[in-house]
Design a protein around this ligand. Structure first.
Ligand SMILES: [Zn+2]
Ligand SMILES: [Zn+2]
Length: 214
């Protein structure tokens, strides 16, 4: 099986239409910056061009531990699937935590994993973890360059129990897994996920998205 790792690729202009974490979101005209149930603005996390548009991911970081960005049904996170055309930089609210301190470009690197190494008897899928821990790994090192891995695109969710798979709010079908997102390459550029892994889901027909951490 193949895993499309998302690898840190230096800094990028804040409003560029390249795969990136941080920077300013690009959205269709008339888009309003999303708000959390706490009243604060969500913080922009990632701009991920995909086959049928751009996934745009936001989470609330205004009240650490209180706003449940880890829960797909919470108002503390939002995932949009925008059409590819006519996206423009969004006006940034003046108050609240809105932007990450750095914009990190992403390149995709495909790694091939033997399925027999990746799945246990219950079919739990560890392929992403294997690909990530093997990134630039040398036999004399305990770890590879794991921090350079910002996540992965497509494939299947890593070690996620079925009961956590989100349901589309429009059609009530199970959503399709779209991406893993790590916190970031450095503490300064990181989104704070409590040390957990971010999961992005999408319902393409309804153009709905969801986010959770595990
Ligand atoms: Zn909040
Ligand atoms: Zn749907």
């Amino acid at each position: 099986m193949q895993i499309a790792l998302m690898i840190y690729d230096g800094s990028a202009p804040a409003d560029s239409d390249v795969p990136r974490t941080g920077g300013v979101p690009l959205a269709p005209a008339g888009f309003a910056w999303p708000l959390c149930g706490c009243g604060g603005p969500l913080q922009f996390f990632a701009h991920l061009p995909v086959e049928d548009g751009v996934l745009s991911v936001f989470l609330c970081q205004n009240n650490p531990g209180a706003c449940a960005f880890w829960d797909a049904s919470s108002s503390a996170n939002r995932v949009y699937l925008f059409p590819r055309e006519e996206l423009r930089p969004v006006a940034v609210p003046e108050a609240g935590l809105t932007l990450l301190p750095a914009t990190s470009a992403i390149r995709t690197h495909v790694v091939t994993i033997d399925p027999e190494d990746a799945c246990d008897e219950e079919g739990i899928d560890g392929a992403y973890d294997l690909a990530r821990s093997g990134w630039k790994w040398e036999p004399e090192e305990g770890f590879g360059k794991q921090r350079e891995v910002l996540g992965s695109l497509g494939g299947s969710p890593s070690y996620l129990e079925d009961d956590r798979l989100p349901v589309c709010p429009s059609c009530t079908g199970t959503m399709e897994f779209a991406a893993h997102l790590e916190e970031g390459i450095t503490r300064e550029t990181a989104m704070k996920l409590g040390g957990q892994l971010g999961y992005v889901f999408v319902c393409r027909p309804c153009r709905e998205g969801a986010f959770l951490t595990d």
